[in-house]
Ligand binder design. Structure first.
Ligand SMILES: Nc1ncnc2c1ncn2[C@@H]1O[C@H](COP(=O)(O)OP(=O)(O)OP(=O)(O)O)[C@@H](O)[C@H]1O
Length: 569
């Protein structure tokens, strides 16, 4: 049984993928490191010259020239620091967003090639959430993450070096407080990731509820389910709000620990300065420089802690995105393709943990045969079609099908785009002449003539509206252009009224000519026109034969046929 959830990449796999994606930008990464060190080193000038000035003021030797020199040096330090930081941020942003764009493209590409059963089992909402909420979380982290991973990290290293160079006890005083920060960080890393993962999970669940409500819009309206769906979305949204509150509470608790850390660091350096000055080991200017360096350090240390917070959240999203891109392409090994026939051996299938929907199905459809499947609603006909088409892999047993297999399911989607784009989706090389011929073959010349711009008319959402029957004709013409060896029509004409059904029957006929065909037939006239018919009951095949053979047997099919004739006659 395949794990139903989409995978989440581990830390190592995430790092490996990010490093791989950074290929081609590594000289920029090197520039980021060099510029970061230079610009933060420029920031050391300020505390040092202010300290020297304090000493000269105390000694009574500070004149106008000294003050002007200090001011000029402060200006130079500020300009160098700002220019360096700007350049570092530009380089880092380019690398960050290029890597993210590459990852997003890979995510979309993999999502579009995932087998439908993987998406169905995981829930469409999860996939949508990973390609929307998670991408946003990673992109939104950019300003904070880039700032810290470049300048602030360097500031900490350079300032600590400066403190040690000044008088080692100053660096030691700050170092004494560091375990407190380490403890705060440890607490946070234990608490944070779980809270963020839970937040992302409830976001996925909310996306799923919204997608389902939108997808099933007609059903929601038809059965007056609006209030119930509204409540489901509301519950999912409250779960998101509750998790968000938990996450923000954890952040506030981290904040309190950081404030305590600030207090202790400043107090420690002040006490050390007091003692050192008392023993003549430091000047007031030296103590001033040390305090300014610690003040310079506190901001980045706090930011680093907070970025670790954003970083955690972004990493949780990143690992979910990379989890999709690294799903191996090798799905459960399929049977080698057949030339044109279909061969099922002892196939069973159930949706998720639900009951068996297909039960020990063994079936052969020889090349060029047209087979109809009939049976009561819920017997498993559509599921059989989906398993034969490869949409769902069987739980047990084997399915062999031709390589070029195409299916028209009950949900026909007209893509937003021109009629030409819609037709040539599955046959990109098809000419306008071939597209017109396909429409003609399925009896849709009227449709083409009625459209204002012919094949160039925009259809689908926001475009020229198509009726259900026209959408079916479009799907049939698309299938004709794809020219599969096996065509599966699952109720392709079930929506049509009686005036259109004859037209659509003829269209289906044209599409199936010369290839192996599987027709899920709801109107028994469709079944009667096929070479062979199988009857399905509760996931099993109970009858098989030609129309006349099954009538002669006098079983389920014969009863269905007589009921259908009475009903339609
Ligand atoms: N995506 C799904 N997830 C879970 N259960 C499903 C899913 N699709 C179908 N089923 C269940 O599987 C069983 C067989 O459904 P299926 O659609 O294959 O039957 P059918 O014979 O084609 O019915 P109909 O003629 O009404 O389309 C039904 O009990 C149905 O509720």
């Amino acid at each position: 049984m395949i794990d139903s959830a989409l995978p989440v990449a581990g830390g190592r796999e995430t790092a490996r993928e990010v490093w791989r994606l950074s290929r081609g930008h590594r000289w920029r990464l090197a520039a980021v490191v060099a510029l970061g060190i230079l610009s933060t080193a420029a920031g050391l000038i300020g505390p040092v010259v202010i300290g020297l000035l304090v000493d000269r003021v105390q000694a009574g030797t500070a004149d106008r020239g000294a003050v002007l020199t200090v001011t000029a040096l402060l200006a130079v330090s500020a300009i160098l620091g700002a220019a360096g930081t700007a350049a570092t941020t530009v380089f880092a942003t380019r690398v960050y967003h290029t890597i993210l764009a590459g990852l997003r493209e890979q995510l979309v590409a993999r999502a579009l090639t995932l087998p439908q059963y993987r998406v169905e089992r995981a829930g469409t909402g999860d996939l949508i959430s990973r390609s929307s909420d998670d991408v946003t979380a990673v992109a939104d982290a950019a300003p904070a993450v880039i700032g810290v991973l470049t300048t602030t990290a360097f500031t900490i290293v350079v300032s600590l070096g400066g403190l040690a160079a000044l008088e080692w006890p100053y660096a030691a005083a700050f170092a004494v407080v560091l375990p407190g920060y380490a403890l705060a960080l440890r607490w946070y890393l234990r608490t944070g990731p779980e809270v963020y993962r839970a937040e992302r999970a409830v976001m996925s669940a909310r996306a799923q509820q919204i997608v389902e409500s939108q997808r099933g819009y007609a059903t929601v309206l038809g059965f007056g389910l609006g209030e119930r769906r509204h409540r489901a979305v509301l519950t999912a949204s409250w779960a998101v709000a509750a998790q968000a509150l938990r996450a923000r509470t954890v952040q506030s608790m981290l904040n309190a620990r950081l404030n305590l850390g600030e207090l202790l660091s400043l107090a420690a350096v002040l006490v050390v300065g007091f003692v050192l000055i008392g023993h003549g080991a430091s000047t007031v200017g030296g103590a001033t420089t040390a305090m300014l360096l610690v003040l310079r350090l506190l901001g980045p240390v706090n930011q680093l802690m907070f970025v670790i917070d954003t970083l955690q959240s972004a990493l949780a999203s990143l690992s979910r995105m990379i989890g999709v891109t690294t799903i191996p392409f090798a799905e459960p090994a399929p049977e080698p393709p057949t030339a044109q026939a279909v061969r099922l051996r002892e196939v069973t299938f159930g949706y998720g943990d639900g009951p068996r929907v297909l039960d020990d199905i063994t079936l052969d459809i020889p090349a060029s045969e047209r087979l109809a499947v009939v049976g009561a609603s819920g017997a498993g006909k559509s599921t059989l079609a989906a398993v034969i088409a490869g949409i769902h892999p069987p739980d047990t047993g084997t399915v062999a099908r031709p390589e070029r297999t195409a299916v028209i399911t009950q949900e026909i989607h007209v893509f937003a785009g021109t009629l030409r784009d819609n037709l040539t989706l599955a046959a990109p090389g098809a000419t306008d002449g071939q597209s017109r011929a396909a429409l003609e073959a399925v009896g849709a010349t009227d449709l083409l003539d009625a459209l204002p711009d012919g094949l160039g008319t925009v259809v689908g959402t926001g475009g020229h509206p198509l009726t259900d029957a026209q959408a079916q004709q479009l799907a049939l013409a698309r299938l004709l252009l794809a020219d599969p060896q096996l065509a599966i029509l699952d109720e392709a004409t079930a929506e049509a009224d009686s005036a259109q059904s004859g037209l659509l029957d003829r269209a289906a006929d044209a599409v199936l000519a010369g290839r192996t065909g599987l027709v899920i037939a709801h109107r028994l006239s469709q079944a009667a026109a096929c070479d062979r018919i199988v009857v399905m009951e509760h996931g099993r095949i109970t009858e098989s034969g030609t129309h006349s053979e099954l009538i002669a047997v006098g079983g389920v099919y014969a009863r269905l046929w007589s009921a259908w004739q009475n009903g339609s006659g």
